[in-house]
Design a protein around this ligand. Sequence first.
Ligand code: DX5
Ligand code: ZN
Length: 225
Amino acid sequence: MTKLYIAPSVLAADFSILGEQVSLAEEGGADWIHLDIMDGRFVPNITFGPMVVSAIRKMTKLPLDTHLMIVDADKHIEAFREAGSDRITVHQEACLHLQRTVARIRELGAKPGVAINPATPSSTLTEILSDIDLVLVMTVNPGFGGQRFLPGTLKKMREIKSMIKASGRDIRLEVDGGIDSSTTPLVTAAGADTLVAGTSVFRKPDVRRAIAELRESVNKKRASR
Ligand code: DX5
Ligand code: ZN
């Protein structure tokens, strides 16, 4: 069975003590660190760029899972790779020549992923699945942390899970937005194997405990079945 990965999003962390926050996540058993890059164009918000990614690279040995919510990703993927991103995920809706972009990410030595917004159907992935290592199903509209999980995305997760199985390839199914101990049982039952969590990790008084609670919330569901 695929191991459940937890990828805390630093978007919800206290940036004045970012190093400490990332270390706590690592000690708490985080598998990846999720980095939300927003450009004020594809999404309404602006976050940070490669300079901050390279600072975070020095804070942890964990893989850096970089989620680009930007237009013109082609112009920037090399800089994010050089800054230390291990995985680079681009949006299906933001890339004119998606296959070229994904191929370039792989050529640069990173693992490519494709993210889809809540209104984007699973069928848009059929022609790109064989080129990627991760599908990111947005469970909120991207742009901000702390939004409410959209349950309408569950059906799509199940569809994508079977597409992945049929492909026979090792592709992670990641979910992002409103993931906490109440939504974790729903998304894992629908096939998600990688959870991005901002608010439910970094806005909790104990970051390490919060990660453990997310993991336990899946087990509780399994035990009660
Ligand atoms: C949303 C970002 C998410 C966000 C998740 O645009 O892609 O990664 O940080 O935050 P929470 O867990 O607070 O919904
Ligand atoms: Zn994200």
